[in-house]
Design a protein around this ligand. Structure first.
Ligand SMILES: [Cu+2]
Length: 850
């Protein structure tokens, strides 16, 4: 075939991952939830009943290792982040080898480091690019990020800029989660936080506790760089400046509208644990998740700090200053969730409706949190992902931030910790109080030292010791206990090789939706007669209710069959299938791919010392390689072009059934906020295209926004277009051109921008090929020109959905004729991908038979 095919056994692994990871992630999750989890291999190693807890997708990611010269400490999480992300966060996405960057899935400009201005061996100019994104904003059943078994409220986060496909089921979603990443810089660094508002509502960043000058940067007298001095009386008027630095709409800074970007520039001199958050409607936006830790590390020589700690947790490359005194460092961000607030974005697509419900309908004074999260998770996920792993006779730095709506009383079993700093201010030695309960009020940060010297004071000895909020609601999940922020100080001998605590009792029963639905009687198994289902209840006849103290390590017995639930958490893909990606083997398909570089938008900044060697061009595209999306199967053909990326450009190869190119067509389509209809955020200038069959179409996609967008076509013949896709991604204010040849069959192709919620908030379109019908069923509109559908924006608030059968093939789009709702489009896309996967599996089958 063509050179894009890779033959080998690896293909199967990738294909299977692809099956779960992409098209059928939801289906896979559902199946997993029903079948009781056989796919985890059960007690493969005769483990202590926790075989269903940890999907163990990437065991190799946990190990201590060096990547691109960056030391990456071991992670004791079941589900760690790729060490490539750590390496890129330390060295800079502009300074790591391409394969490392590709594996990280970070955008090219996510973390740019340069310019060792003081000559002490580390870069002193740090650029971080964040996008504002939604998580779980589709309806709940489609949501991909669980905070507890079956619990998937929506969030908004500041996410590191990713690249490629970023819809909710994509691999990039690992990087888009709660809490927003901890940001780290060294005291004295010149920091630029580039905020790209890819979200559909206005936002800002307020740097809470990070020393920065007050700026309004009134555009008329804009002394952008000097950034100091009192505002003039004019620009002091509220909201007068359009580019301030304090994030507060009422005083200094106009909110950043959808599609806009802004740079926050500051040079923090005070080291400490700080905070950043959106200051637009903070009573909702902060709570929705637009907040994270901002750590300013003490200055040292050769001190490249880990600028992003995605999802917080253990810092796998601690700073020099921390390393002098501590064995390891943990970022611990606590937040609360009132489900009434977090359900709102899942109910509507109309941005007006969401804005109204969030800002006027929701009343925070009547709120009560239902969920309590540590590093984006509640128990039981906290015990596999947010553990504080310790060894005897060591010292650990814990940085805690409470972003919830209530004070917490953090209590550690088995240990008395010492408070070292409040709100980034070191305490005098005389003030460093040792205790086992710590009150942390809202927005407060506390730095602790956890000393594991076994002396009966600092530590009582090795074990699995709980650490939890002692305000009792904080240890529940929607009122069910144990839940909330319960985690453990876990001595390493008490963790298995997957990072799962070796508990006496079987934790797996907590990894169960049924448990958090309240369906399992608590002591039911210990003594069903006394504590089983009372008469008249619609009993699940609970088999599964071992008490914590009942050492029934014996398996899951008659468990409810929901048992693990864990598989569909978070990363969605590849539950339990092993890995398919090795971190550092050259075989990784990523390495073969064209760089999709991610448009350094920072050509505005001085380029001194830029080690990136001319990689500044390009937007970012869709990298399907290497992590299971499409690694060894059919390679995406990706090319970096000025201003962006083109995927699967095809000016020559005739799709199946085409005998010749039937004609030539040139199209220009624009995209951005300015074409959005009322209630939308983003749109394309054209929403209906009509192309001939086998026609060679050259599309120029002009992006008029200050954030990236994509013009991504799905449903093309997979023989010619890997994944059935053709994509143009244009960086902000960029224009990208690419050519493809339409299929031989009549039909409709759906297209969209894959950034989270861009499709749902207006950025979708369709192509009628030939007569626009596809022969399956009636032809519906048969819209040659598509005019009737073209400006419909017809999904309205989307709450209605279209009801078009999910899982139908792409063919199912017949007759929708431009009035398809966004959900219908999703169905078609997923259906199309499902077909594609089926095709791919067929190919694999053939290969295997050989
Ligand atoms: Cu977009």
């Amino acid at each position: 075939m063509n050179g894009r095919r890779v033959v080998g056994r690896r293909t199967l692994v990738v294909a299977v991952l692809c099956l779960c990871g992409l098209s059928l992630v939801l289906t896979c999750g559902a199946v997993a939830a029903q079948d009781g989890g056989g796919h985890h291999g059960g007690g493969d190693e005769g483990d202590h009943g926790s075989g269903t807890i940890c999907p163990n997708d990437h065991p190799e990611w946990r190990a201590e290792q060096a990547i691109a010269g960056v030391a990456v400490a071991a992670s004791q999480r079941c589900n760690p982040d790729s060490p490539s992300v750590v390496a890129a966060s330390v060295k800079g996405t502009n300074n790591v080898p391409r394969d490392v960057l590709m594996r990280s899935r970070l955008g090219r400009d996510a973390v740019v480091k340069r310019n060792d201005s003081d000559g002490d061996g580390d870069p002193d100019e740090i650029h971080v690019t964040l996008e504002v994104t939604g998580v779980n904003e589709r309806n709940e059943s489609d949501a991909t990020h669980e905070i507890a078994p079956g619990v998937k409220p929506s969030f908004w986060t500041f996410a590191p800029k990713t690249r490629g496909m970023v819809s909710e089921d994509s691999k990039a979603q690992r990087l888009i989660r709660m809490p927003s990443p901890t940001l780290r810089a060294e005291a004295g660094d010149k920091v630029f936080v580039h905020l790209e508002n890819t979200h559909y509502l206005p936002h800002t960043i307020h740097l809470h506790g990070v020393d920065h000058p007050y700026e309004t940067n009134e555009s008329t007298n804009g002394s952008e760089a000097s950034g100091s001095g009192p505002a003039s009386s004019e620009n002091a008027s509220l909201g007068g400046g359009d580019d301030g630095n304090d994030g507060v709409p009422q005083t200094s800074e106009k909110p950043l509208l959808p599609g806009e970007n802004r740079t926050y520039e500051f040079t923090p001199e005070q080291a400490g644990t700080m905070f950043y958050h959106c200051h637009v409607v903070p009573n909702a936006h902060v709570l929705m998740g637009l907040n994270g830790m901002f750590v300013v590390e003490e200055e040292r020589a050769n001190n490249s700090v880990q600028t992003l700690n995605v999802g917080a947790g253990k810092v796998r490359h601690p700073s020099k200053g921390v390393g002098e005194n501590y064995t390891a460092e943990y970022d611990m961000a606590y937040q609360t969730v009132d489900k009434e607030l977090h359900e709102i974005p899942q109910q509507y697509d109309d941005t007006r409706r969401i804005a109204k419900e969030i800002n006027r309908g929701y009343d925070v004074t009547d709120s009560d949190p239902d969920y309590f999260l540590l590093n984006g998770k509640s128990f039981p996920y906290t015990v596999r992902e947010s553990i504080v792993a310790t060894e005897r006779n060591e010292s650990y730095r814990l940085r805690m931030l409470n972003t919830g709506t209530r004070p917490m009383s953090i209590h550690t079993h088995g240990h008395k910790f010492t408070t070292e700093a409040y709100d980034g201010i070191e305490l005098d030695e005389s003030q460093e109080i040792q205790r086992d309960v710590l009150s942390i009020t809202t927005a407060q940060r506390v730095d602790l030292t956890l000393n594991t010297t076994v002396d009966g004071l600092n530590s009582y000895g090795e074990g699995l010791w709980l650490a939890h909020d002692h305000r009792e609601s904080g240890v529940t999940t929607d009122g069910i206990s144990p839940g909330g922020t319960v985690t453990m100080i876990a001595y390493e001998d008490y963790l298995d090789e997957r990072g799962v605590p070796r508990t006496d009792t079987n934790l797996s029963r907590y990894f169960s939706e049924a448990y958090y639905d309240g369906e399992i009687p608590y002591w039911g198994r210990m003594d069903p007669e006394a504590f089983g289902e009372p008469p008249g209840s619609n009993g699940t006849a609970g088999g599964d209710g071992a008490d914590e103290s009942a050492a029934n390590g014996s398996d899951t017995g008659g468990s409810s069959g929901h048992d693990h639930g864990s598989g569909n958490d978070d990363h969605g893909a590849g539950t339990g299938t092993g890995d398919g990606t090795a971190t550092s083997d050259g075989a990784n398909a990523d390495g073969d791919m064209d760089m999709d570089g991610d448009g350094m938008n920072g050509s505005d900044t001085n380029a001194s010392g830029n080690a990136s060697g001319g990689m500044d061009m390009g937007g970012d595209g869709m990298d399907m390689g290497g992590d299971g999306m499409m690694g060894g199967g059919m390679m995406m053909d990706m090319s970096m072009v000025p201003n962006g990326t083109v995927i699967n450009a095809n000016p020559d190869e005739l799709p199946p059934g085409c005998e010749a190119v039937s004609g030539e067509r040139t199209v220009t389509v624009k995209g951005g906020e300015e074409w959005a209809a009322p209630g939308e955020a983003f749109a394309f200038s054209t929403e209906e295209f009509a192309f001939d069959r086998c026609e060679r179409v050259t599309v120029t996609f002009e992006n008029h926004d200050d954030v990236r967008h994509q013009w991504m076509v799905h449903g093309l013949p997979t023989e010619t277009y890997p994944m059935g896709m053709f994509n143009l991604e244009a960086r902000q204010q960029g224009s990208v051109t690419g050519t493809f040849i339409t299929p031989a069959e009549n039909g409709r192709l759906e297209l969209h921008c894959s950034l989270p919620q861009h499709e749902q908030k207006g950025m979708h379109a369709a192509i009628a090929v030939g007569d626009g019908a596809d022969g399956s069923g009636e032809t519906g509109g048969g819209n040659e020109t598509g005019e009737e559908g073209s400006h419909a924006h017809s999904h309205g608030d989307g709450a209605s959905g279209s009801g078009e059968g999910t899982g139908s093939s792409a063919d199912g789009s017949a007759g929708r004729a431009g009035v398809a709702g966004s959900e219908a489009m999703s169905a078609a896309v997923w259906g199309g991908i499902g077909l594609l996967v089926a095709a791919l599996l067929a190919v694999v089958a053939v290969l295997i038979r050989r």
